[in-house]
Design a protein around this ligand. Sequence first.
Ligand code: AP5
Length: 214
Amino acid sequence: MNIILIGPPGAGKGTQAKRLVVERGMVQLSTGDLLRDAKASGSDMGVKVAEVMARGELVTDEIVIGLIAEKLDELQGAGAIFDGFPRTLAQADALQELLSERGEQIDHVIELRVDDAALVSRITGRFSCASCGEVYHDTTRPTRVDGVCDVCGSTEFVRRADDTEDALRARLMSYYKQTSPLLGYYHAKDRLNVVDAMGEMDAVSQAIETVLDA
Ligand code: AP5
């Protein structure tokens, strides 16, 4: 089964994707993570995308489609959770083509719906373990022991360069201008499911499980 998680920055796509990896053995394909890896590697492409990401704008379709195409070759039959991809109609068409070449399709598109007002505190409160990448939040998901990662015990944490109120405004604008048209696109394909993502993380996970089991 291949699914897409779609929603504005801070909707909980990454949080829910990681839970599905554990619960269902699916593979998370996050273009945001792939781009941050490229940035950390210092490659030419990484340097090129870093500024675009910090501004909260979208990286070119060509780059992200290329990243996803490479990853699809490594999947070997495991179901994929597309997290933050596709984000434009061109990316959606490319994904359909890449999957159909492999005899596969998108089974469910899940829109995580959150009020814009909630996104500011979700984004500005987010931090991650510098070692294993586990994602936390200052108030809704702090570490169990202050300053120590629950998963790997590291004491080093990072905050994303684009997790500022200014960058969030630009990211939201990109979402509404370039990504939200995909909701109509997948509704027309009878793939769209809406999940209320304003609730507790467990309640959101449960709602997603209900869609996947239907
Ligand atoms: P990307 O990394 O994909 O960022 P995003 O879409 O802005 O989404 P986020 O990762 O910020 O949020 P999320 O929905 O995953 O929320 P999370 O679960 O972490 O993209 C970054 C940039 O890369 C883009 O701006 C663009 O430049 C580029 N890019 C990426 N993909 C691209 C593409 N396809 N095309 C072009 N450019 C691309 O949760 C957020 C916080 O809230 C966490 O602290 C979490 O603990 C907390 N939280 C989660 N759920 C809940 C809940 N139910 N209740 C309370 N708190 C919660």
